[in-house]
Design a protein around this ligand. Structure first.
Ligand code: FES
Length: 505
């Protein structure tokens, strides 16, 4: 790509993280945590501090899911959400949501202070701006909501952004940090406390019961009093209908070296496609401007490179760009009513917990999730149990969004392979994927840089939707619930747990 790294270069992953072994035996413990992003690691941290024995299972490498690919804003300002929350749920719920996320931010500050973690943490104002007059009313209403809820902030009068804006609402004393430096230290803490951490250990099933049993792909099991599914999209549904209640979006980030310092503060536009800005330090201590956005439903973009190009255009139009050394993308999951699902997976399974649907705000919400779930497990109770309960139901919001989401999935299922554009295998360029006709079958083909071709059945192993080739990340992505697979069919992220059917050329 012109001026953008050809392959994904995530900024945070420059940090070296310890490796962990694969689970090679059956085990028993107090709590099994599945997933090693900020939610899983924070849950384990709080539990271990209370004296619980924890086994942490990771399907791939630790901190290599969404947490490794975030913009790492640590904020209770989740776009324009408070006016929506007051109108939908009332003031009390809106205030609780704010307080929960403020606590999430402060837990991170407390933990990094306690463990003396140098993770580039700094307090910053968080600002949502509108670049068009049509956004002014929404901004004003959000500022009114801040006043009603006693949120520290309000309308922002001046802007340091180098382009004109119409209006903005600011939340004071929010923060940003380096997520991998922070979580790396938590993993070291867990290791020192003899926590068992396993990589390359994919959980594929949970047998429910008084002592739920987690089964791994290699055939081992972990028996425990409690299980926490912190694997982003829950791979096990247990009749919770999560597949019908979650929406998955892919968005993109570039890190830009600018001539002159990037603007201080954290920014988000109201207009679509959204633009997110913050500054950060690169691995050599150089100042960078992170520009994120260009979100779309996962697996539903014909050419994902275009989204990086659009971010680059935005950067060049508004900043003096010297270089773009990093680029990455990630998936975010939203719930029907914009509040995460944190708590028992269903009412009938009180010892199996889930934490998902943080939208783009996984740093604060993921930390809150770790605290809420560990409080429920240790029997302390949580003031946020009801707010985040996955079993809640909000008739007006849920029915509307449930219908829209499932119509979209039904459309993708129906479309199947019927309308797929085919290409000739010989025409595939190195590092390119596409649908080919191979001995009368429509298959997904990928040509590696050495000329070798991988052939897979592009039927998603979760619920059968047809996968879309992701040009920028070289993966097969599902348009229904966001499962992703490598060119040779291995699962990158779920809810799918089984690889694609592989064909030998
Ligand atoms: Fe559900 Fe693919 S992730 S069908």
């Amino acid at each position: 790509m012109n001026g953008i790294p050809n392959s994904p270069q995530p900024l945070w992953r420059d940090t070296t993280i310890d490796s962990f072994p694969q689970l090679d035996r059956d085990m028993e413990t107090d709590v099994t945590v599945i997933g090693s992003g900020i939610t899983g690691i924070t849950t384990a941290y709080f539990l271990v501090k209370k004296g619980f024995k924890v086994v942490l299972l990771e399907a791939g490498k630790v901190i290599n899911g969404t947490t490794g690919y975030t913009t790492a804003k640590l904020s209770a300002q989740h776009g324009l959400i408070y006016d929506h929350l007051i109108r939908t749920f009332g003031k009390e719920t809106a205030k609780k949501y704010y307080l929960a996320n403020q606590e999430g931010l402060h837990y991170i500050d407390d933990i990094r202070t306690d463990l003396k973690i140098d993770c580039d943490f700094s307090y910053q104002p968080s600002i949502v701006y509108s670049a068009a007059p049509s956004g002014n009313r929404k901004i004003e209403k959000e500022a009114e909501a801040y006043k009603d809820l006693g949120i520290d902030g309000g309308l922002a009068d001046n802007s340091v952004l180098p382009f004109p804006i119409q209006s903005a609402v600011k939340m004071n004393q929010q923060a940003q940090f380096h997520p991998l430096k922070y979580l790396k230290s938590l993993l070291i803490y867990l290791k020192q406390k003899d926590t068992h951490i396993f990589e390359n250990t994919r959980a594929v099933d949970i047998k429910k019961g008084t002592l739920p049993e987690v089964k791994t792909r290699k055939g081992h099991s972990v028996l425990s009093d409690h299980v926490v599914i912190a694997s982003h999209f829950p791979f096990k549904d247990l009749n919770g209908m999560y597949f019908a209640r979650l929406h998955v979006e892919r968005s993109y980030t570039i890190a830009v070296k600018t001539n002159g310092p990037p603007p201080k503060g954290m920014y988000l536009s109201t207009e679509e496609p959204k633009k997110s800005l913050r500054h950060a330090l690169g691995s050599n201590g150089e100042e960078l401007l992170l520009i994120g956005g260009e979100g779309h439903t996962s697996g539903q973009s014909e050419n994902t490179y275009n989204h990086y190009e659009k971010l680059k255009e935005f950067a060049e139009k508004n900043f003096s760009v010297k270089d773009i050394p990093y680029r990455w993308s990630s998936q975010d999951i939203s719930t029907l009513d914009r509040i995460p699902y944190i708590g028992p997976i269903t009412r009938n399974n009180p010892n199996i917990y889930v934490a998902t649907g943080f939208a783009k705000w996984g740093m604060s919400n993921g930390t809150v999730a770790g605290k809420v779930i560990s409080d429920l497990i240790t029997g302390n109770g949580s003031p946020y149990e009801k707010l985040f309960s996955p079993s809640r139901f909000n008739a007006s919001q849920d029915v509307k969004n449930f219908t829209k989401e499932n119509m979209d999935v039904a459309k993708e299922l129906f479309k199947g392979k019927l309308h797929r554009k085919e290409t000739d295998m010989e025409n595939l360029q190195p590092n390119e994927g596409g649908i080919v006709n191979y001995r009368g079958k429509k298959l997904g083909a990928y040509k590696a840089s050495n000329g070798g071709v991988s052939l897979v059945d592009t039927t998603c192993t979760h619920m059968g939707c047809d996968l879309q080739w992701n040009t920028a990340e070289c993966s097969w992505d599902c348009p229904c619930h966001g499962s992703r697979f490598t060119p040779s069919g291995e699962v990158i992220e779920g809810p799918a747990t089984k690889p694609l059917k592989n064909y030998h050329n």
